[in-house]
Design a protein around this ligand. Structure first.
Ligand SMILES: Nc1ncnc2c1ncn2[C@@H]1O[C@H](COP(=O)(O)OP(=O)(O)OP(=O)(O)O)[C@@H](O)[C@H]1O
Ligand SMILES: O=C(O)[C@@H](O)C(=O)CO
Length: 419
């Protein structure tokens, strides 16, 4: 019997939250896009992954409401709007409008905002979001190709996008435990706030806020909050290993496709290409050479099988990225790069590649769409927030890595985990 319905605004975000639920023993299925009305699924949690983070706001709202309807019709009792642990949403972003639409649809007038994920260095203090101890707007996120984050104050970001007031539950209240958080939430609500940013500095706070929001119809945030919520459902916990079995990887031919320009992906690519065959993507050719994907495909298939998987990367440093964007326009350059990765994925699957290690949320979205995969079983985690997943409808395994996740050896670690 399904209980928790999750609407995620991108693909890697969806696998991230699903991975934490499975690690806590909740059986979880991830569906790519809003499924057919007929589809029935049996799981403790269902994650619907959308591509709604950076699309026009009307589309984001409409997709999210369709996802909500689908989950409501499957008897979900609680709903989670999952967005990025680095917020990834400027003053014009979709998080506020989608939260408002979900609240209205559920007949609710209050929710929490909690992108914290301390295990990956995302903490919230006095309502400011930090990445490894640095305010969001001073972290690598200020150079993000699509959503450069120039403010770390979550109340301000939320109010700029939405139609209500946003307060803050301070870490002192979280230190008081579940009752402290609930009292602070009641007070903020009574004071006319529509949203409350939850301070979270460590894993004890994660558990406290997870318990404190147990009765809330709608919560919003990152996978840290879901980790805390899942830990609170002790009576439903089953064997975590069992929950991950259906998603274990077992593929034979792997490739690494990296379209993220985050600091961490830059470090992962730099290390991996010292040992593995690699090919950099030429953005100019992505834009104007119809045969470019075929050429990259031919290069990949010419690499010896059995060794480290070949890497194709568009990953580049902030200075070069900003030059490319100035020359061609950020949207045009991104779209051209995404198109190449999409074509490559289709060609590779046709050639028998069954294991795709992908870096970047948008990049993962396009790869998954191009492969035509409708949903995933969630497997064991490679790194916090990055589980192996196995397509429900084809023998294909994927590791969909959020830009900033994983350690430097991530691409090696992923391949080591293949059985
Ligand atoms: N060299 C490049 N020049 C221009 N655009 C690029 C280049 N490399 C990647 N891109 C684009 O930048 C965007 C990166 O977004 P993506 O979501 O894949 O990574 P990310 O933002 O680091 O990951 P996440 O969303 O998981 O944090 C994609 O649209 C990609 O096509
Ligand atoms: O929360 C995160 O950081 C990730 O799951 C994500 O959403 C990046 O795309």
């Amino acid at each position: 019997m399904m209980r928790l319905g999750i609407i995620a605004d991108d693909f890697t975000g969806a696998t991230d939250i699903a991975g934490f639920l499975v690690a806590n023993g909740l059986s979880t299925i991830q569906l790519n896009g809003v499924p057919d009305k007929e589809l029935q699924v049996e799981a403790d949690a269902v994650v619907i992954s959308l591509k709604s983070r950076s699309c026009p706001v009307d589309e984001a709202i409409s997709m999210s409401l369709q996802a909500l309807d689908w989950l409501v019709a499957r008897d979900c009792e609680q709903f989670f709007f999952k967005y990025c642990s680095t917020f990834d949403s400027t003053a014009k972003g979709n998080i506020g409008p989608v939260t408002d639409a979900l609240l209205d649809a559920l007949g609710e007038d209050f929710t929490v905002v909690c992108p914290a994920l301390p295990v990956n260095g995302r903490t919230i203090y006095n309502g400011y979001l930090f990445v490894n101890g640095v305010p969001l707007n001073e972290s690598g996120m200020r150079h993000h190709p699509v959503t450069p984050m120039l403010d770390a104050n979550l109340m301000r970001l939320m109010e700029a996008q939405s139609k209500g007031k946003c307060g803050n539950v301070k870490s002192d209240d979280v230190d008081l435990g579940v009752e402290g958080v609930r009292a602070a939430l009641d007070k903020l609500r009574a004071d006319g706030n529509r949203y409350a940013v939850l301070d979270v500095l460590n894993s004890a706070h994660v558990e406290t806020v997870g318990r404190a929001v147990a009765g809330m119809k709608l919560v919003t945030g990152g996978s840290g909050l879901a980790d805390g919520m899942a830990k609170a459902w002790t009576e439903r916990l089953s064997d975590p290993e069992q929950a991950a079995v259906a998603g274990k990887p077992s593929g034979k031919r792997a490739v690494v496709l990296s379209g993220s320009c985050s600091q961490m992906t830059n470090a992962q690519v730099a290390l991996y290409k010292q040992s593995a065959p690699s090919q950099a993507v030429d953005v100019v050719r992505c834009m104007n050479d119809a045969g470019y994907a075929d050429e990259l495909f031919a290069w990949i298939t010419s690499q010896p099988a059995g060794d480290l998987a070949p890497l194709v990367y568009a990953t580049t440093d902030p200075a070069n990225l900003s030059e490319i964007q100035k020359k061609f326009g950020a949207d045009q350059a991104s779209a051209a790069v995404e198109r190449i990765f999409g074509k490559l994925a289709t060609l590779l699957a046709g050639e028998g590649f069954d294991t795709f290690i992908v870096a970047g949320g948008e990049t993962s979205g396009i790869v998954v769409q191009s492969l035509g995969v409708t949903g995933f079983h969630i497997g064991p985690q490679i790194a916090p927030g990055v589980p192996w997943v196995r397509a429900v409808d084809r023998p294909i395994s994927l590791a969909l890595k959020s830009g900033n996740f994983g350690k430097e050896r991530f691409f090696f670690d992923a391949q080591q985990a293949i059985g």
